[in-house]
Write a protein that binds this ligand. Structure first.
Ligand code: GLU
Length: 309
């Protein structure tokens, strides 16, 4: 990882951090996973990575946090790279309009989840990746380590265990889809893979760098190709329309970038061809997005004029 001295992005990040520090109200940490409930909502970090791997940051940008659903963007990309279009026989790509862990749509849509970023869809993607690689979470960890340059990036087994202990709803989703033949891995094994995936700890710097292939139109940090240009566009498009729970419309309105959030309080975002961002602050709004994180990305696109629109 190369760390550059301040160029154009550094003053923008400093400005955003000052603006965020002056804002009252940070939301509340996720409490349905006990291991996340104690997070300190005053924490805030943000990083921007340029396509060449130059990275800028402010605040807690090197502090590892629980990536949670941010990993869904990476497992989608990895699975698409291995399986191509056939993936879409198992999962749709329309916004759901329902909470991320909802069961209701699944029955009348015959066990095919609406998109890869609600939990049901992510379970299907992890199932496909596990079938294709034999170790979905290990494949994901290896990819994130390679792209971020951080060989220490790892699972947090306490968070995975905490989630498993409170994972009845994810288990229900997985068994229900298995009943439609849309899950091939034995459900207990799939859940173990999924909870381990969600428990990955990474910093804003790690994730901004790891998402770089989405700004480089599918090209990995080492110059090899993960996705075709068209597939990279597809992942960005699904992030824009489905990546921030059932607030994707509001996120597009305020921020105007493909993004993927997680209940650990992180959000990644992509300016195709220009840069990738990651922001973290654990206080969430009612839809599950980081309050300070969305505000910071909103400020970023306003201050820089960078957006896909
Ligand atoms: N591991 C979490 C769950 O499955 C992920 C939630 C999220 O970040 O959206 O409930």
């Amino acid at each position: 990882m190369s760390t550059a001295v301040a160029l154009a992005f550094q003053p923008v990040l400093d400005q955003i951090a000052a603006d965020i520090a002056a804002r009252p109200g940070r939301g509340r940490p996720a409490d349905y996973i006990p291991a996340l409930a104690e997070a300190d909502t005053s924490r805030f970090g943000m990083a921007v990575a340029e396509p060449d791997g130059t990275v800028y940051g402010v605040g807690d940008w090197r502090q590892p946090f629980s990536t949670q659903s941010i990993t869904k963007a990476f497992t989608l990309a990895l699975t698409l790279s291995l399986e191509g279009e056939a993936l879409w026989e198992h999962v749709g790509r329309e916004p759901s309009g329902n909470p991320f862990n909802s069961l209701v749509q699944l029955e009348y849509e015959n066990g095919i989840p609406r998109n890869p970023f609600i939990n049901a869809g992510a379970l299907v993607v992890t199932d496909r990746l596990h079938a294709l690689t034999g170790d979905a979470s290990g494949t994901l960890r290896a990819f994130l380590r390679a792209e971020s340059g951080n060989a220490d990036l790892d699972f947090d087994h306490a968070v995975a265990a905490s989630e498993a202990a409170h994972g009845d709803r994810n288990a229900a989703l997985a068994y229900f889809m298995a009943s439609y033949g849309n899950i091939g891995t034995p459900v207990p094994e799939l859940l173990e893979q999924y909870f381990r995936q969600c428990s990955l700890e990474a910093s804003c710097a790690d994730l901004a760098l790891a998402a770089g292939f989405l700004a480089r139109h599918g090209i990995r940090a080492d110059g090899s190709s993960l996705l075709t240009r068209s597939e990279a566009k597809q992942v960005n498009a699904v992030m824009l329309t489905c990546g921030t729970y059932d607030a994707a419309g509001d996120f597009a309105y305020r921020v105007g970038l493909p993004g993927k959030s997680g209940v650990g309080g992180g959000i990644i975002a992509v300016v195709p061809g220009r840069c990738t961002l990651c922001v973290w602050s654990p206080g969430l709004d009612q839809r599950g997005n980081s309050v300070a994180g969305v505000a910071a990305l909103d400020r970023f696109t306003t201050l820089t004029g960078l957006s896909v629109f």
